[in-house]
Design a protein around this ligand. Structure first.
Ligand code: 3AM
Length: 194
């Protein structure tokens, strides 16, 4: 199955960015973008791609350990950014050092479990809200609107393992469906306790 590790913001924070994205939908050019589906909004930590079922038990143990080693930390959604002309995202502020560490630990957990991981790109925390079709689009009007957004803070308390179900219908613009398959608390009781 196709998997990635992620942080899932709580409903309240998703509603806040949801209101901003509602406004983005009304801007000229919005129809030309593919808007990501809200139940699936996430902060990707480490993308694993297709993972053999037989690697899953070890992967789970290692991700649990990665979560355990990371104390919970605060984040908030803040402003926006883009990857070229292709992806429009809400930005993240707060304890980005801890977020980056969690991303590195999730990546290392997958690697050690035998998942062939791509080489590191510099980790850029983001929550993708739209993708452009074809050659891309001018995302600046959307960035202007997103730029002033300040979400409220939440405490990240879980590392999630998410399955990405790619569309099979062939319907143009259909989105992958994301499904949380497991989650581990950050921090957690001392190892060996209980
Ligand atoms: O929604 P975001 O931007 O966080 O772009 C994909 C999405 O990221 C990314 O993993 C998330 C869940 O699909 N992704 C997909 N294929 C990828 C790949 N080959 C990838 N990231 C890195 N390498």
């Amino acid at each position: 199955m196709r998997l990635f590790a992620a942080v899932l913001p709580p409903p309240e924070q998703l509603d806040e960015i949801g209101h901003v994205v509602d406004r983005l939908h009304r801007l000229p050019g919005a129809d030309g973008l593919r808007w990501t589906s809200r139940p699936g909004w996430h902060l990707t930590l480490a993308f694993m791609g297709e993972v053999d079922e037989e690697l899953l038990p070890d992967l789970r143990v290692r991700l649990a350990r990665a979560a355990h080693r990371t104390p919970s930390f605060p984040l908030r959604l803040h402003g926006g950014g883009h990857f070229g002309r292709r992806a429009l995202w809400a930005g993240i502020a707060g304890d980005l050092d801890e977020l980056r560490l969690l991303a590195e630990r999730a990546d290392a957990a997958a690697r050690r479990a035998g998942v062939p991981m791509d080489e590191h790109r510099r980790y850029q925390a983001h929550l993708t809200v739209a993708r452009a079709r074809g050659d891309g689009a001018d995302l600046h009007p959307f960035l202007d609107e997103l730029g002033t957004f300040e979400g409220t803070r939440w405490e990240v308390g879980e590392l999630a393992l998410v399955r990405s179900n790619l569309p099979v219908s062939g319907v143009r613009g259909e989105q992958p469906r994301y499904e949380k398959v497991d989650g581990w608390p950050l921090g957690g009781p001392p190892e060996g306790a209980g």
